[in-house]
Write a protein that binds this ligand. Structure first.
Ligand SMILES: *Cc1c(COP(=O)(O)O)cnc(C)c1O
Length: 389
């Protein structure tokens, strides 16, 4: 008798040969922007905790305060899992985003899947940027709608597809979905043009601000605010797990939209609500985002310093204003080797390989946090130069 799972051995061996095997490494938060991995403290350049809030005493205290009442929420939001902390946070997010309402999901992934599948189905069409996050792609697939992928960041290709579909009159409803800040490249979607297209062609528009919320825009409302179109995004998705230092996801928009999601969004209906303490922590973090804009300024200044220093040593990194700085090296083995040398020098930088990024674009994905300082960035650049040679 052969083991029905034996096929995995062959699949795993081929994955390993291609240099794509990954392993879980337990990491613990250390002092001052470090993580402890394999008993070593490393400067952490691989976290989405952009504002250094995940370990902030105020956020931890908010979680602890809520924890005094217990941990698990015990049921889905619609049954009895929606706490006062969830309700408060949802109202605070709606106010922050200047929308009528908001609702929370257990993760940002669930928010994207939940929103898309509740809004479109068979007979509808989704326009999706080629480099969208996996949760947008998975939501689109699961919805059953026809997915029309457009070249990354290319609004003219998008327009062409919209016009040709309109002519054929094939689809009932349409939805455009895009990251605001692209997670592996750190660039922004051309939202000014996308908003115009959505308005002109009466399409729904969902923008995922997972890496924008709290990070860019004058008030930290993300790419849409930075590009001056925040109030024209009807479906705003964000996560509590990056700059807000907690866990969970949200959708913000009109009262009608949010009530529809509460009734029809399967991850919300069929998954247990996150513990109230996660919402209490995110509320405390949101207050810091609003009250301490200097953190965003510090973050922008450090990210800029990193880009300038890379330029000085002749390493091409994409221009941009976000704290995500990819160094695209192409080959997965080369990428791993440089990441390992950097680890030896005391820096943790994640090597990102397919399938997270397209084949041939393996990269180091550096993410800067406001908790770092200029001197550490300069030291990192020296270490990078050595690792590369
Ligand atoms: C991280 C991420 C998500 C998922 O958010 P989680 O809260 O981690 O589930 C969604 N979209 C984008 C663009 C992301 O980078």
């Amino acid at each position: 008798m052969t083991d029905p799972l034996a096929w995995i051995d062959a699949g795993a061996a081929s994955w390993r040969r291609r240099g794509l095997e990954r392993k879980l490494v337990p990491s613990e938060r250390g002092a001052a922007s470090t993580i402890i991995r394999n008993d070593r403290a490393l400067i952490n350049l691989g976290s989405n905790d952009y504002l250094n809030l995940a370990g902030d005493p105020r956020i931890v205290a908010a979680a602890r305060g809520s924890l005094a009442k217990g941990w698990g929420s015990g049921a889905s939001a619609l049954v009895s899992g929606w706490s006062l902390e969830h309700e408060t946070l949802a109202n605070e997010i709606a106010a922050f985003e200047e929308t009528e309402a908001a609702v929370l999901y257990p993760t940002g992934y669930a928010a994207n899947v939940g929103a898309i599948t509740a809004l479109v189905g068979r007979g509808d069409v989704i326009y999706s940027d080629a480099l969208n996050h996996a949760s947008l792609i998975d939501g689109a697939r699961l919805s059953g709608a026809t997915v029309r992928k457009y070249a990354h960041g290319d609004a003219s290709v998008l327009e062409h597809k919209i016009r040709s579909d309109k002519k054929s009159g094939e689809y009932r409803r349409g939805l455009i979905v895009t990251d605001g800040v692209f997670s592996m490249d750190g660039n922004l979607a051309p939202l000014e043009r996308i908003v115009e297209l959505a308005e002109e062609h009466e399409l729904m528009l969902l923008v995922d601000e997972a890496h924008g919320t709290g990070v860019i825009g004058e008030n930290g409302r993300g790419a849409a605010e930075y590009l001056g179109v925040s109030e024209r995004i009807p479906i705003k998705v964000g996560t509590l797990s990056k700059a807000l230092g907690s866990v969970g996801g949200f959708v913000a928009g009109s009262r009608t939209l949010i009530d529809w999601l509460i009734n029809h969004s399967r991850p919300l209906v069929f998954s247990t609500a996150a513990p109230a303490a996660t919402a209490a922590a995110a509320s405390a973090a949101l207050r810091v985002v609003i009250g301490e804009p200097e953190r965003r300024a510090q973050l922008a200044s450090l990210a800029n310093r990193m880009r300038v220093r890379f330029e000085e040593i002749g390493v091409a990194v994409s221009e941009g204003i976000t704290p995500i700085i990819p160094v695209v090296l192409g080959d997965p083995d080369v990428t791993m080797r440089i990441a390992e040398s950097l680890t030896k020098a005391g820096f943790y930088v994640p090597a990102i390989r397919p399938p997270t990024v397209p084949d041939g674009t393996s990269r180091l994905r550096i993410s800067v946090s406001s908790g770092l300082d200029a001197e550490t960035i300069d030291r990192f650049i020296i270490a990078f130069k050595v690792a590369q040679s």
